[in-house]
Design a protein around this ligand. Structure first.
Ligand code: NAX
Length: 329
């Protein structure tokens, strides 16, 4: 058997953490032949609940699970991790604006960025906790030992939601939808790009000819799906978010098959679409050998698409401005 892959996870006692852990430990992330280790981080008051989760992990007797560390010390949890998934944070409360959330969560990511820099400089890092693009930017800025191309923020849930909506409308299986790009921020300004997507290998716009559904129903349905789930369930997306985090790590870890791509926010420096540098911006990405995730170049963006892509970049620039005192050197 190969060497274990270590995944460190923050917010491990939260609802997304709970939905992720058992799948990682059972081989649902890296496959049935790959042993894993877990490093779990929680805040001190949640260690009791985390201990209950540890008991359950033990009771699953997963043969692939070769060790678990559970702690409130970030460096201990992250030590020598191959992947660090930052899920832990404060949830948005009633009456809290997006700006309030950014200010409330930002400081967590200065500390965790420093801890990754010290304890896991070879790790690849996925940020799920919201606002994930800007939290990732903050953490990255405090980790000079970890190259920019090893940082990711999650828009995979938006990609999966977009694929499901297109598949449903076209009356096909979700596996028939490919090349689905989410551009920009994991927020209402994201642009789910149906114009470059394929359904059964054909342009999605040839298969779904109802243009007003595409631009007036599809885009807001995807962008506001998180709110719709909260309204229906009384709690934010958890299993689907956990599933998307696993999909994202796997897609970054394993070379992309065929001519497909996936969406994830990566450092925008030197990107081929003229998005301002220094942001964590979601692009179409292909994973290639050697742990490289390359932005897919040359996609056509018409005027409408271009203005949406730029608007989301503008929002990310504003978020960066709002946290500039939290950014590292
Ligand atoms: P929960 O409130 O269930 O869990 C969060 C956990 O994080 C708690 O157990 C808490 O104790 C822990 N925590 C808080 N501060 C911490 C710190 N400094 N270090 C370590 N752990 C800490 O939230 P959950 O539903 O699991 O959501 C987690 C995050 O995912 C939230 O920020 C949420 O907004 C974000 N989401 C991101 C999505 C995305 O697509 N990028 C979608 C789903 C989700 O909304």
């Amino acid at each position: 058997m190969s060497q274990p892959i270590k995944v460190a996870l923050t917010g491990a006692a939260g609802q997304i953490g709970y939905a992720m852990l058992f799948r990682i430990a059972s081989g649902g992330l890296f496959g049935p032949d790959q042993p894993v280790k877990l490093g779990l981080l929680e805040i001190t008051p949640a260690l009791g609940a985390l201990n209950g989760t540890l008991m359950e992990l033990e009771d699953c007797a997963f043969p692939l699970l070769q060790g678990v560390t559970a702690t409130d010390n970030a460096e201990e949890a992250f030590a020598d991790a191959d992947w660090v998934v930052l899920v832990g944070g404060l949830p948005r409360k009633e009456g809290m604006s997006r700006a309030d959330l950014i200010r409330a969560n930002g400081p967590i990511f200065t500390g965790q960025g420093k801890a990754i820099n010290a304890a896991a400089p070879k790790a690849r890092v996925l940020v799920v906790a919201n606002p994930c693009n800007t939290n990732c930017l903050i953490a990255r800025s405090h980790a000079p030992n970890v190259p920019a191309e090893r940082w990711f923020a999650m828009t995979r849930l938006d990609e999966n939601r977009a694929k499901a909506q297109l598949a449903q409308k076209a009356g096909v299986g979700v596996g028939d939808v490919s090349r689905m790009t989410i551009w920009g921020n994991h927020s209402d300004t994201q642009y789910p790009d149906y114009k470059n997507a394929l359904i059964s290998g054909r342009p999605a716009t040839d298969v779904i000819t109802d243009r007003s559904w595409l631009s007036e129903t599809f885009i807001p349905t995807v962008a506001k799906r998180g709110g719709a789930v909260i309204k229906a369930r009384g709690a934010s997306s958890a299993a689907s978010a956990a599933n998307a985090a696993l999909d994202c790590v796997r897609s970054c870890h394993v070379p992309t098959r065929g001519d497909d791509w996936h969406s994830v926010a990566v450092a925008s420096d030197g990107n081929p679409y003229g998005i301002p540098g220094g942001l964590m911006y979601s692009f179409p990405v292909r994973s290639i050998e050697g742990e490289v995730c390359a932005i897919v170049p040359d996609l056509h963006l018409d005027d409408d698409a271009r203005s949406r892509v730029d608007a989301s970049a503008g929002e990310l620039e504003q978020e960066r401005e709002a946290v500039k005192d939290l950014l590292g050197p």
